[in-house]
Design a protein around this ligand. Structure first.
Ligand SMILES: [Zn+2]
Length: 278
């Protein structure tokens, strides 16, 4: 029996998205979370060729710093290097973007920022112009070429399109009016200010903020406690924060597409194995 999945968008902007998803279970939510973190590709600098470096930093340190700069990604315009028809280690126009950096400090110490990287494709650029790369003292120079490629978070964290992706149970709070004497201890102890006291009554102020920590239950002087914290079966709050390389919607739709493809592949392999046996 298949149940319908219900999705409600709780919050959404260019960076964050929070969804209320009903009708799924923990393994599915976890698979989706892991797909977002490890499987959705994005662009990152993967290799550099240093032409001149008279700074105090080693080439490797600069390469590492450049790799961690999030780059705006175009998933439709580029291939993953392993899937590109060029089959070349160096890459081609369909699987590689070149960015150049040519900076010099003429008079006094200065900081080089991500905005100074010049990309051959104006749509593949750092998400922010103000990420510091290196400090150069007077007369120091740095000239290099950097190659960005699509990659996946499971190979290196620089290819992770999100800085955060989580899911939690949808909380359920029950306050028994009969047992509660309105002492307010549960309101005071809650670190997320989920409950509020109005007169002698305890009310739920912000249900979504509840982390199911049970502090309010433990502090209640009544026996058994007047407040009960549980969670809804098969309802989850799913949250993600993009590093701005892709929009939150794009990350979610890609993750669903990838997960769906992996399940179809599994199904196909089972069928092949079965027919081999027959
Ligand atoms: Zn290629």
């Amino acid at each position: 029996m298949s149940k319908l999945v219900e999705i409600e968008v709780l919050e959404k902007d260019d960076k964050n998205m929070r969804l209320l998803i009903r009708g799924v279970d923990v393994p599915y939510m976890n698979a989706l979370r892991r797909t977002v973190i490890a499987e959705v590709p994005c662009m990152a600098i993967d290799e550099i060729v240093v032409i001149e470096n008279s700074s105090t930093f080693q080439d490797e340190v600069i390469a590492h710093r450049l790799g961690l700069i999030p780059l705006k990604t175009d998933l439709e315009g580029y291939n993953l290097p392993e899937e590109c028809p060029c089959k070349s280690e160096f890459g081609c126009n369909l699987c590689r973007v070149t960015l150049a950096l040519d900076v010099e400090s003429k008079e006094k110490t200065r900081t080089v920022y991500s905005g100074e990287l010049e990309s051959e494709n104006p749509s593949i650029i750092p998400v922010s112009d103000t990420i510091p790369i290196i400090k150069l003292a007077k007369e120091q120079k740095l000239k290099l070429e950097a190659y960005a490629r699509l990659g996946k978070g499971k190979n290196h964290a620089k290819w992770q399109p999100v800085s955060m992706c989580t899911h939690k149970y949808f909380p359920k709070i029950e306050i028994s009016c009969k047992k509660c004497d309105g002492c307010g201890k549960c309101v005071e102890i809650c670190p997320r200010k989920v409950l509020a006291k109005t007169g002698n009554r305890i009310e739920i102020r912000d249900l979504m903020a509840c982390t199911l920590c049970q502090d309010c239950v433990e502090t209640c002087p009544q026996n058994p406690p007047a407040v009960k914290i549980t969670w809804e079966e098969n309802a989850f709050i799913f949250a993600l924060e993009s590093t701005c390389v892709l929009s939150p919607e794009k990350i979610m739709t890609e993750a669903i597409k990838i997960l769906d493809g992996q399940l179809k592949d599994l199904e196909r392999q089972i069928k092949v194995k079965k027919s081999e046996k027959d």
